[in-house]
Design a binder for this molecule. Structure first.
Ligand code: GDP
Ligand code: MG
Length: 191
């Protein structure tokens, strides 16, 4: 008889303030978008249930409350993270440059974390940890105001352990579900 297992995966979303982290989460979980800027959101995380094969997966997606402006998210935010989505705005060059810092910051927190730790997913080896990179706001001016080319972003992902790369629009609900499904599947494969 097939057994059904429920798996909880903690996903944390990192990136500069204003890149659209909260908007991507709202679009993914609530199918809602607002242009109104809200830097602070009270909730620590939102959840989304997924059926992957015979597994019920609960994605627990953690958002910041705007502290990313000061680069101090605290240990509780990182603790137990199974996956990490790095977000930048492909119309803002600085937010792309910050990917290095967010990636390093995440890996620096790793020794104190209870990450998935198998031969496939060794937290001390960034190549095996489920990261994804999202280049958001691809909708703006039909993509004509972008300053980070797809190649530049893809090269960064390739040289940081072949991280999957997606271009997204929280506003238009473009490519929002796929990346989260990818990250969940990768984390499950590592279990
Ligand atoms: P966060 O600081 O990373 O959480 O960013 P927010 O989700 O608060 O978004 C910052 C601003 O960008 C808000 O005004 C959003 O409405 C806007 N925004 C977020 N995602 C998109 C997008 O995909 N396209 C456009 N055009 N605007 C977006
Ligand atoms: Mg936010």
């Amino acid at each position: 008889m097939a057994t059904r297992r429920r798996t909880l995966l903690k996903v944390i979303v990192l990136g500069d303030s204003g890149v659209g982290k909260t908007s991507l989460m709202n679009q993914y979980v609530h199918k809602k978008f607002s242009l109104q800027y809200k830097a602070t959101i009270a909730a620590d995380f939102v959840t989304k249930e997924l059926q992957i094969g015979n597994k019920l997966v609960t994605l627990q997606i953690w958002d910041t409350a705007g502290q990313e402006r000061f680069q101090s998210l605290g240990a509780a935010f990182y603790r137990g993270a199974d996956c990490c989505a790095l977000v930048y705005d492909l119309n803002v060059s600085k937010s792309f440059d910050s990917l290095d810092n967010w990636h390093e910051e995440f890996l620096k927190q790793v020794p104190s974390l209870t990450l998935l730790y198998t031969e496939q997913a060794n937290p001390s080896d960034p190549k095996t940890f489920p990261f994804i990179v999202l280049g958001n706001k691809v909708d703006i001016h039909g993509g004509r105001s972008r300053v980070v080319s797809e190649k530049k972003a893809a090269d960064w992902c390739a040289s940081n352990g072949n991280i999957p790369y997606f271009e997204t629009s929280a506003k238009e609900d473009y490519n929002v579900d796929g990346p989260f499904l990818t990250i969940a599947k990768t984390a499950l494969a590592n279990e």
